[in-house]
Design a binder for this molecule. Structure first.
Ligand code: 5GP
Ligand code: MN
Ligand code: MN
Length: 324
C-alpha cells in the first residue's frame, strides 16, 4: 500500500508546474531539511518551487542550502498547482499556511507521525521512517533527479536531527544505510555536525542555566521536569530557538523515564514537550492533552497555570508509569 502511495506521489509531482512546500510551526531540522531537499530536486525537474515556513527559520539552520528562500508569509503567485505539507501530523501544524490547503489545486502530505489522521489528496505517512527526510530520500530515488551535495546535506540534517544523531529508538538500520549513501556524495559531514551541535549562541547556555534552576523530579524518580517563563527569556534577550534541546537534560537523569518541559507562550498558556527514555508512549500521553508526536517525543499546547498543568501531567504520567 505504501509503495502505491509513493507512486501516486511521483505522479502528482510530475504533473504539477507550480509547487509550494511547507513545514510545521517552530520548524526543526527535519521539516526544513526534507522540504528543501525535495524542493531543490523538483527544480532539477524544471518545476517552479516556493518554500514556506509558518515560523522563522532558527539561525542554527542558516547553513542549509536554499534556506534563505524560505518565506514566512504567503507570497501570492497563484494559481498554485500543488501544495506539499512536510512533517506535519495535522493541518494546524501548518500555522497560517493551512489556508493554502483549500486554495491549491492539489495537496500532498509527507509525514511520519504515528496515529495521525489523513488529509490532502495523497497522504503518504510512514511511521516506520525516523524522519520525513528519509521518506523524501526514497521518493528522490523514484524521480528523474540527481542527489547532489546540497540535497544530501539537507537530507542528512533531517535524519540526524530527528534521530538525535542516530541515537533514538526510531533509528533503523535503513536510516543508517540511507545516511551512508548520502555520505558517499562527499558533503562536509563533520563540519555540519559542528554547526548543528558545537556552535550554540552564548544565550543558549544562559537559558539552559536558568532552566536548570527550575529542575524538579517526582518522588519515585521516574519523572523530571523543567520550565521556562517568558520574562526569563526576555531578560536574557532569548528567543524560541535558544530553548531548543533543553528537554534532553531532565531526561538524561538516571532512573528518569519521562521528561517534561513547560514553556510559557502567553499568560496561562504553555507549550509542553514530552520525552521518554525506554518505554512510555508519550504520543499517547500528549494526545490526552490535544497534542501528539512520536512514541518517544511529543508535544502539546495547554491552557492554565503552570502549577496546575504540572500536576495534571504528573498525575496522568504516574498513572501510566504505575502499570509498568
Ligand atoms: P517538540 O517537543 O520538540 O516541540 O516536539 C516533539 C514532537 O512532538 C515533534 O516531532 C512534533 O511532531 C510533536 N509535537 C510538538 N508539539 C505538538 C503539538 O502541539 N501538536 C502535535 N500534534 N504534535 C506536536
Ligand atoms: Mn518535525
Ligand atoms: Mn520529523
Amino acid at each position: 500500500r505504501e509503495k502505491h502511495l509513493f507512486t501516486a506521489l511521483v505522479d502528482e509531482l510530475s504533473r504539477a508546474g507550480k509547487i509550494a512546500l511547507c513545514g510545521h510551526v517552530m520548524p526543526d531540522g527535519d521539516c526544513l531539511g526534507a522540504m528543501l531537499a525535495l524542493g531543490l530536486a523538483l527544480r532539477q525537474m524544471g518545476k517552479r518551487v516556493v518554500f514556506y515556513s509558518p515560523d522563522p527559520v532558527p539561525e542554527m539552520y542558516g547553513f542549509l542550502p536554499g534556506v534563505h528562500e524560505v518565506q514566512v508569509e504567503i507570497n501570492e503567485q497563484l494559481p498554485l498547482e500543488l501544495f506539499i505539507s512536510v512533517d506535519c501530523s495535522v493541518p494546524d501544524r501548518l500555522g497560517h499556511f493551512k489556508e493554502l490547503l483549500d486554495r491549491a489545486g492539489r495537496v500532498v502530505v509527507i509525514d511520519h507521525h504515528a496515529g495521525s489522521v489523513a488529509f490532502g489528496n495523497v497522504y503518504l505517512n510512514c511511521p516506520a521512517f525516523a524522519a520525513a527526510g528519509e521518506i523524501v530520500y526514497e521518493l528522490l530515488t523514484m524521480l528523474p533527479v540527481v542527489i547532489d551535495k546540497d540535497i544530501a546535506t539537507c537530507l542528512y540534517v533531517a535524519m540526524a536531527t530527528d534521530t538525535g544523531s542516530f541515537r533514538y529508538d526510531n533509528t533503523s538500520y535503513r536510516t543508517h544505510l540511507r545516511a551512508a549513501e548520502l555520505l558517499k556524495l562527499g558533503f562536509p559531514v563533520a563540519r555540519i555536525n559542528k554547526l548543528l551541535y558545537e556552535e550554540k549562541p552564548l544565550i543558549s547556555l544562559q537559558v539552559l542555566g536558568a532552566a536548570l534552576q527550575t529542575l524538579g523530579i517526582s518522588k519515585c524518580g521516574r519523572v523530571a521536569w523543567m520550565s521556562m517563563q517568558r520574562a526569563t527569556l526576555h531578560s536574557l534577550n532569548a528567543t524560541d530557538e535558544h530553548v531548543d534541546g533543553i528537554i534532553n537534560y531532565p531526561r538524561m537523569i538516571r532512573g528518569v523515564e519521562l521528561a517534561l518541559f513547560f514553556r510559557e507562550l502567553e499568560d496561562e498558556k504553555y507549550k509542553v514537550s514530552l520525552r521518554s527514555k525506554y518505554y512510555l508512549d508519550v504520543n499517547k500521553l500528549a494526545a490526552c492533552f490535544g497534542g501528539g508526536g512520536h512514541p518517544r517525543a511529543a508535544g502539546c499546547v495547554v491552557n492554565g497555570k503552570l502549577e496546575d498543568i504540572k500536576s495534571r501531567f504528573l498525575e496522568a504520567a504516574l498513572k501510566e508509569l504505575k502499570d509498568e
